[in-house]
Design a binder for this molecule. Structure first.
Ligand SMILES: C[S@@+](CC[C@H](N)C(=O)[O-])C[C@H]1O[C@@H](n2cnc3c(N)ncnc32)[C@H](O)[C@@H]1O
Length: 273
């Protein structure tokens, strides 16, 4: 990748190993959308995609902690982390991140309000996810995003986004739907990437699934590194990125490619990413 070429790479690997092989302080943004500990076996179009199951919350924390530490290490001084979780784990995640990043580096607890979903007779309907934003230091890069204004007075104009992002979840008919379960909408990642990653910075998604974050990064002139343990997820992400790359015309764009995990290869990848 050159300084001016929006580009991307994919790794099929456990993200702990892949992150550990990356040099320190190279990433502008890590967006991490891990298994939520729902207890559900997530089905893709061709069967089981991933089992979102841990024995208990202690097992989820034990899975997350070394990966959050590894994410922290790869962030540049002006970088930041977005951790996407929900009501099951957000309180645990907040404690872990306060410890790893320092409570002073907490920036926002974003609420992604998505509308879809069921409701139970004995609780308020759960219609949001939690996204925790931490700066690597107080020099973290940030550009306040603008979103369409909803009020009649401001109709057709934009306003500064608040910490409640009102963006529809993907319905079954959505054109961007890939079939990968738990796929997030591009509209959400567009807002997050543009707000939290400087132009031409490197966005790392350690559990990239269908590659939503990477597409948002590439189409806004950032560089992207996606990691996922599933070969099927990586294949889906590659297909989406190849489509996105065709739409981003850039004379010096490097050839994207998928690589399997090797320690040496990952170091080379991260240096050039
Ligand atoms: C919530 S999904 C991510 C969805 C993604 N944001 C999207 O828009 O498609 C979580 C992903 O974590 C991946 N995963 C689970 N364990 C992993 C691990 N140890 N290393 C890397 N990826 C992992 C799963 O394969 C799955 O794709």
């Amino acid at each position: 990748m050159t300084d001016h070429a929006p580009s991307w790479r994919l790794e099929q690997a456990d993200c702990l190993a892949a992150l550990t092989a990356i040099p320190s302080a190279v990433a502008s943004l890590v967006y991490l959308d891990p298994p939520f500990n729902t207890g559900v076996r997530r089905q893709g179009r061709s069967g089981l995609a991933f089992a979102d199951r841990f024995d208990d919350i202690g097992a989820w924390r034990a899975f997350m902690e070394p990966r959050l530490r590894a994410a922290h290490r790869v962030l540049a001084e002006d970088g930041s982390l977005l951790l996407h979780v929900d009501w099951r784990t957000s309180h645990h995640a907040r404690f872990m991140l306060d410890e790893i990043f320092g409570a002073d580096n907490f920036v926002n607890h974003l609420v992604w309000s998505y509308g879809l979903g069921g409701s139970g007779p004995r609780s308020f309907a759960r219609k949001h996810d939690d996204i925790l934003l931490y700066g690597r230091s107080d020099a973290y890069w940030f550009e306040a995003p603008r979103v369409p204004a909803r009020s009649a007075r401001l109709r057709g104009r934009t306003k500064k986004a608040t910490d409640v992002l009102d963006i529809a979840a993907l319905n079954n008919m959505a054109i961007e739907r890939t079939g990968w379960p738990t796929q997030k909408p591009l509209a959400l990642l567009d807002v997050l990437v543009r707000a939290c990653c400087r132009p031409n910075g490197l966005v790392v998604d350690p559990t990239c699934g269908s590659g939503t974050t990477l597409v948002a990064a590439v189409r806004s002139g950032r560089r992207a590194l996606g990691i996922d343990i599933s070969a099927e997820a990586i294949a889906i992400a590659r297909g989406r990125l190849e489509g996105a790359a065709q739409r981003v015309t850039h004379p010096t764009a490097a050839q994207p490619r998928v690589r399997r995990q090797t320690a040496a290869g990952q170091q080379g990848l991260a240096r050039s990413a």
